[in-house]
Design a protein around this ligand. Structure first.
Ligand SMILES: Cc1cc2nc3c(=O)[nH]c(=O)nc-3n(C[C@H](O)[C@H](O)[C@H](O)COP(=O)(O)OP(=O)(O)OC[C@H]3O[C@@H](n4cnc5c(N)ncnc54)[C@H](O)[C@@H]3O)c2cc1C
Length: 393
C-alpha cells in the first residue's frame, strides 16, 4: 500500500460474522496492514450459533472456518408428521463467544461505536469521529427490506443445562411434528454435551414480530414433552431473518442515503445479499467471499467490482430458492407450509446436500418438480408466472 494519507488500509464497518472473518484472515496474512473493525456493541459476532453442513463448503473454503468450529456432529435427524429421517451428513457449529475471543486477539476493534455514515474512503461515527481508509467494507447486517417482498424466518433459542442427560447424540435439525402456528414451524436442537442443549423454536412467518414470552413458554413445554428437565437457562438468542421472495427486496428509493451505500461501498455478509435465500444461513457465503477476496490487492478499484460481481452471481444462483420461498409463503396455507419441507426431505441425500450448499444441478430442479410437490398446480403456476423477476445485469 503506497497511499499513506489514509488512517487505515482497511476499515470494516460492523463486527459481525462476515466482516470479522474477513478482517481476521486479511490481518493474519498481512500483519503490517492497518486494519480496523468498528462495532457498535461490545463483542464481535453478537450472540449467535452459526451452523453449516459439510457439503456447504469446499475444502479451501472450509479452511477459513475450521479454526472457529466449536462442535462437529456426524449426522442429524428431521421429523415431520408423515416422515422421519436420519442423515449421515456432518454438521458443524461456530459459537460467537469463541469467535469473538479469537478475532479480537488478531484485529484492532473499536467497540461500542455506532457508525452513522459510510462512504468509499470515509467512515463517520455517531459522535462525529471520522476514519479515513484506503478501503471501507460495510458488513452491518440486514438493511431495511420491502415488507411485501419478504417472508421471515424467526426464532428464539434457549441454551439450557438439564438435570439429566438428554440422550441426543446428533442435532435435531427440524422437528415439525409440533403444532403448526404462525406459519411453518419446527424445533431445532443442538446437543453441546450430555446435559447442555440449544433448543430453538423456529417459524417461517409472514411478519417479523416475536412474542418472547410465548416463545419461551413453548420452548419450556417442548422440553417437558421430551422429558428434559431444565436446571438453568444459560443463554438466549433471538432473530428474525428476511427470506426474499424476489431478487429485489431492498428499498430502491434513491433519495434515501442508505440506498446509495451498496452502489459505492463493497457490502458483505447479509447486507450484501450473501446468504442462502431459503435457510437464511450466511456462514458458507461468508467463507466463500473471504476465499475470493483475501488474496486480492486490497484497493477499492479492485475489491468493489469484485464484490459487486460476486453479489450478482450469488443472487442469480438463488433464483430457485426464491421460487421455493414464494411457494412456501404465497402458494401454501400457513398451516400446510410444512408439507413442502416434508416432501423435500424425501429427496436423495446428495440433492439435499446441494440444496443447503446452494449449488443445485439442473437435474435436481427436474427431480423436485417431477416429484409433484404438495402444492396446487394453479398456485405453483402463479408463483412461477406472476412473480417473474430479473436480476439487473
Ligand atoms: C439468532 C441467529 C441464528 C442464526 N443461525 C445461523 C446458522 O446457524 N447458520 C448460518 O449460516 N446463519 C445463521 N444465521 C444467519 C446469519 O448467518 C447471521 O445473521 C449472521 O450473523 C449474519 O452475518 P453478518 O456478518 O452479515 O451480519 P451480523 O453478524 O448481523 O453483523 C452485523 C454487525 O454490524 C454491527 N452493526 C450494525 N449497525 C452498525 C452501526 N451502525 N455501527 C457499527 N456497527 C454496526 C452489529 O452490531 C453486528 O455486530 C443466524 C442468525 C441469527 C439472528
Amino acid at each position: 500500500m503506497s497511499e499513506r494519507h489514509f488512517d487505515y488500509d482497511c476499515v470494516f464497518v460492523g463486527g459481525g460474522l462476515a466482516n470479522s472473518l474477513m478482517a481476521y484472515w486479511i490481518k493474519l496474512g498481512n500483519p503490517k496492514l492497518r486494519v480496523l473493525i468498528i462495532e457498535k456493541n461490545d463483542t464481535l459476532g453478537g450472540n449467535h450459533t452459526w451452523s453449516f453442513h459439510e457439503k456447504d463448503l469446499s475444502p479451501k473454503e472450509f479452511k477459513f472456518i475450521e479454526p472457529f468450529v466449536s462442535k462437529k456432529w456426524d449426522g442429524y435427524s428431521v421429523s415431520f408428521p408423515k416422515h422421519q429421517r436420519e442423515l449421515q451428513t456432518a454438521y458443524f457449529s461456530v459459537r460467537s463467544e469463541e469467535f469473538n475471543e479469537k478475532v479480537k486477539t488478531v484485529v484492532d476493534v473499536e467497540f461500542s461505536t455506532e457508525v452513522v455514515g459510510v462512504a468509499a474512503h470515509n467512515v463517520t461515527g455517531k459522535g462525529g469521529k471520522q476514519w479515513s481508509s484506503y478501503l471501507v467494507i460495510d458488513g452491518r447486517g440486514f438493511g431495511v427490506c420491502e415488507d411485501q417482498m419478504v417472508g421471515y424466518q424467526k426464532f428464539v433459542g434457549m441454551e439450557v443445562e438439564l438435570e439429566n442427560p438428554h440422550g441426543l447424540t446428533k442435532p435435531i435439525l427440524m422437528d415439525a411434528t409440533v403444532e403448526q402456528r404462525d406459519g411453518f414451524r419446527f424445533f431445532y436442537c443442538l446437543p453441546w454435551d450430555q446435559q447442555r442443549l440449544l433448543i430453538e423454536d423456529t417459524r417461517y412467518s409472514d411478519g417479523a414480530s416475536i412474542d418472547l414470552v410465548e416463545f419461551r413458554e413453548e420452548i419450556t413445554k417442548y422440553a417437558q414433552k421430551k422429558g428434559w428437565k431444565i436446571r438453568t437457562i444459560q443463554r438466549e438468542e433471538v432473530g428474525a431473518l428476511p427470506i426474499p421472495l424476489r431478487a429485489k427486496y431492498l428499498p430502491s428509493n434513491k433519495g434515501v442515503l442508505e440506498a446509495w451505500v451498496p452502489r459505492l461501498v463493497p457490502c458483505v455478509g447479509v447486507r450484501g445479499g450473501f446468504f442462502h435465500s431459503t435457510t437464511g444461513y450466511s456462514l458458507p457465503d461468508a467463507a466463500r467471499v473471504v476465499a475470493q477476496l483475501v488474496n486480492l490487492d486490497l484497493k477499492y478499484e479492485v475489491v468493489f467490482p469484485a464484490v459487486v460481481k460476486l453479489a450478482k452471481a450469488t443472487a442469480r444462483r438463488q433464483w430457485f430458492f426464491r421460487l421455493l420461498n414464494r411457494m412456501v409463503f404465497q402458494g401454501s396455507e400457513p398451516k400446510n407450509r410444512y408439507k413442502i419441507l416434508e416432501f423435500f426431505y424425501r429427496m436423495p441425500r446428495g440433492l439435499i446436500g446441494r440444496f443447503y450448499a446452494g449449488k443445485m444441478w439442473p437435474t435436481d430442479y427436474i427431480r423436485i418438480f417431477l416429484g409433484a410437490p404438495p402444492i396446487k398446480i394453479r398456485s405453483a403456476l402463479n408463483c412461477i408466472l406472476h412473480n417473474r423477476e430479473r436480476v439487473s445485469a
